[in-house]
Design a protein around this ligand. Structure first.
Ligand SMILES: Cc1ncc(COP(=O)(O)O)c(C=O)c1O
Length: 390
């Protein structure tokens, strides 16, 4: 894709994943490296969405825009069709990004010094959001079993019982290990959290991205009948590759949570609509289903392809959901600090080194599979050749 340039200004449209300076910084090189480390699709996006964005750009008007109720209804129609989840009785709030929602809720639902439970290896943004707010990250590491990763429920009960622990940030489905938590697992989490009065912030931004037979269960649905306080993040940014237009949702059933979020958002003027975000959001949920189903089918094929093509020293955790594969590189005998350079300069495949997600991820790496199969095949070929040279 050509990099757009403003009339007399700097280049815009540099893709973070393939930006040479960023690659150089993380992987020691940018030369010919396959960029498979950012969690976003690297395929042609839904034509209905790109058409809507072009049409919106063509109006020549980018001022203050109201958000019609029908736009939120498009999300709920999608959630009903995909997840059997109805928005009845729930508050649906708008937020520029998941990170914004997490940051605001940490501030609104907990106090400085409180503990917030994270379950590493987990998405990298949570910990800095917790520490930047003067709260304490409390680890309840996932347990790696023969059958895949599990939530350490005993560990969760123990840390939740600490009086200063106020929140659990639950990643569901779980980036980077690809688990789609079952209804039974989520219910157990809800039971532990209600017992200890721990607020559950379920980051469900990967909700749509599940591979059969796995099905996403909203925390709200799994926890029905349990009086646990929760909020959940949603939106089209991961499913449709729209992180850069910044338009997401926060859902909750608690008036108090919704009110606090809304008040703080309006104090900070986070409620301004992004005109392009609005157009893309609506088009994605209304018309993007067939494109999205093709994306899921591509990811499922890529999982199989990768599994079959990797050398035996590298294994892949079961990918139940997300378009991210979690590769175990420990059989290569690399030092953890060597891994980024080995991936970049030796293998030529930029993946996220696992220790970025917490010390439990050391020796692993995360590869994005929402990319053409040729690219996945090439990545596997390069990894095989690099392993053979060791
Ligand atoms: C679980 C999870 N939450 C949040 C985000 C980022 O969301 P945002 O860019 O809207 O803050 C990501 C991006 O990879 C993610 O994987």
């Amino acid at each position: 894709m050509a990099t757009p340039r403003t009339a007399d200004g700097p280049e815009v449209g540099r893709r973070q994943g393939s930006d040479p300076a960023t690659l150089q910084r993380h992987f020691g090189t940018s030369e010919g490296v396959l960029p498979l480390w950012i969690a976003e699709p690297d395929v042609d996006l839904a034509p209905e969405v790109t058409a809507a964005l072009r049409a919106r750009a063509g109006t020549g008007w980018y001022g203050y825009e109201t958000r019609p109720d029908a736009v939120l209804e498009s999300f709920w129609a999608w959630a009903a069709a995909r997840h059997g989840w109805s928005g009845e009785g729930l508050r649906t709030l708008v937020s520029p990004s998941v990170g914004t929602s997490v940051g605001v809720l940490i501030e609104q639902m907990t106090s400085p010094g409180d503990g917030e439970i994270l379950q590493p290896p987990v998405f990298t943004d949570f910990k800095p959001l917790v520490t930047a707010a003067g709260r304490r990250p409390i680890r309840n590491a996932l347990v790696r079993t023969q059958a895949g990763y599990r939530i350490d429920l005993d560990g969760l009960a123990a840390v939740a019982a600490e009086p200063s622990t106020r929140m659990l940030i639950l990643c569901s489905p779980h980036n980077p290990v690809g688990r789609v938590w079952t209804s039974a697992e989520l219910r157990q989490v809800a039971e532990i959290c209600v017992e200890h009065d721990v607020f559950v912030l379920a980051d469900e931004i990967h909700a749509d991205i599940t591979l059969p037979p796995h099905r996403f269960v909203p925390f709200a649905v799994a926890a029905r009948g349990i009086d646990v306080a929760w909020a959940a993040t949603h939106g089209p940014i991961k499913s449709f590759g729209l992180a850069g237009v910044c338009d997401t949702l926060l859902v909750t059933d608690r008036a108090e949570v919704g009110d606090r979020f809304e008040t703080r958002s309006s104090q900070l003027h986070l409620t301004r609509n992004n005109v392009f975000g609005l157009a893309a959001f609506d088009a994605a949920y209304r018309h993007g289903g067939p494109w999205f189903d093709d994306l899921l089918a591509l990811v499922a094929r890529n999982v199989e392809l990768l599994r079959a093509a990797l050398p035996q020293q590298i294994t892949v955790a079961p990918v139940e959901g997300t378009y991210l594969a979690w590769l175990d590189l420990r059989g290569l005998g690399l030092e953890v600090r060597e891994i980024p350079g080995w991936l970049g300069s030796v293998a030529g495949v930029a993946m996220s080194p696992g220790h970025w997600f917490g010390r439990e991820g050391a020796g692993f790496a995360r590869m994005t599979l929402a990319t053409p199969s040729d690219t996945v095949a090439l990545a596997a070929e390069r990894l095989t050749a690099a392993v053979a040279r060791r």
